[in-house]
Design a protein around this ligand. Structure first.
Ligand SMILES: [Zn+2]
Length: 400
């Protein structure tokens, strides 16, 4: 990976944290003996702008052509607001609306409902692109770059609105992707960018969000600086709560003046300081959870079986004490997740059929209602409930 920081063009990076060689996320093994892929999972941060990135990633783009992971059910509750914002700021219903990395077209469905007839999803995943086409959206099954942007603009015309939701953090060249989107935009068109807010990781120690598919973690300040450097004028920034963390939403237009704007040094300083403290704070959490773990009654269950759970368990190194994961996704139930030893996934129904676990860890971050439905009755039957970040328990689980 390029030494230079894509945001501030500085070249000084320091280590954020190094988790060593661990299983890749998304490994669901059909049997405990199945082989799985591993990776060296380490992060570094720019000492000037606090941009955090994976260390030692290859320069070649991750290949999403065969990734078949629909995000339809994970749409944040505020998503319809994005479409209303498009209606307010670019009301022309005949103009092209593009969703970059639009997955199965779930977001463009909302754009269609708002009356925009000319919709294009640029989605490299073949199975997801097919779903999107079936839903009635035009699809380009490519990884977007400037060459593709110029071709697409020629073929479909310039776009009145471009959405790029939870994509920028996945690509090795975020400046290149933003520049490609600028090439496709109409002069008065609008760009919407949505990404997870790295301040959850840095300031609130939500280390489970250090996912191996996220090559970068942005803050409001460094994302703003990158968007401006690409030639956009920021019109609105919003922070929205989502799944226990927050998301950053930017609305921008083309900036033809390219006025230099100041960088809010104070906020950046506190983000850089948070980067410098992250490793010490995480190690402290790991020690505390490992010390608590000795008192946990068996069996121990962790709620959820996706990457936030495997990240949390691998990064705290408590996997040796976890007996099973609980998840209601039928594709995961019956499989094994390497933590790093294989741990089975059971459904809620299977959990309630058996004797109650001794300990339940509330690792289904942000899915409070689902976790309550499990924890409240099982706590009444004697299970001990543990908060993963050892925060004070917001609900009372002790049987009366
Ligand atoms: Zn930087």
């Amino acid at each position: 990976m390029n030494v230079q920081c894509p945001v501030c063009l500085g070249g000084e990076f320091e280590d954020l944290i190094d988790f060593g060689v661990i299983p890749r996320s998304g490994s669901f093994l059909p049997s405990p003996g199945t082989a799985f892929r591993t990776m060296h999972h380490a992060f570094e941060f720019c000492t000037h702008c606090a941009l955090t990135r994976q260390r030692g990633q290859a320069d070649d783009s991750p290949d999403y052509r065969n990734v078949n992971r629909s995000t339809r059910r994970q749409m944040p509750v505020y998503t319809p607001n994005l479409v209303s914002s498009l209606s307010r700021h670019h009301p022309d219903r005949n103009d092209l609306v593009v969703d970059v990395g639009g997955n199965d077209g779930a977001f463009l469905d909302l754009v269609a409902e708002a009356g925009y007839a000319n919709r294009l999803n640029i989605e490299p995943s073949v199975p997801l692109a097919e779903l999107s086409a079936k839903a009635g959206h035009k699809v380009e099954t490519v990884h977007l770059d400037s060459t593709e942007a110029n071709r697409i603009r020629k073929q479909y015309g310039p776009a009145g609105g471009i959405f790029c939701r939870h994509v920028l953090e996945h690509v090795p060249d975020p400046f290149g992707l933003l520049s490609a989107m600028r090439l496709m935009l109409k002069e008065d068109g609008i760009l919407f960018v949505e990404i997870p807010d790295a301040r959850g990781i840095l300031h609130r120690l939500l280390g489970h969000e250090l996912w191996d598919e996220h090559l970068f973690h942005f803050t409001v300040e460094n994302l703003g600086r990158l968007v401006k450097r690409t030639g956009f004028l920021l019109e609105e920034e919003t922070i929205q709560p989502h799944r226990g963390g927050t998301n950053i939403l930017f609305r921008a237009r083309m900036d033809f003046q390219q006025k230099s704007s100041s960088f809010p040094e104070k906020a950046v300083f506190s983000d850089v300081e948070a980067c410098r403290c992250f490793k010490t704070r995480w190690m402290d959490l790991r020690l505390r959870i490992q010390s608590e773990m000795k008192g946990w009654a068996e069996p121990v269950a962790c709620l959820g079986a996706s990457h936030p759970q495997s990240n949390y368990i691998l990064f705290t190194e408590i996997g040796g004490h976890v007996d099973f994961l609980v998840d209601d996704d039928p594709h995961k139930v019956g499989c094994y997740v390497p933590l790093p030893q294989p741990v089975p996934v059971v459904s809620t129904a299977q959990l309630f059929d058996g004797p109650p676990p001794g300990t339940i860890i509330r690792t289904a971050f942000g899915c409070e209602a689902w976790m309550d439905g499990i924890c409240l009755p099982l706590a009444a039957r004697g299970a001990r409930i543990v908060e993963p970040y050892l925060t004070s328990n917001p609900r009372l689980y002790r049987p009366e």
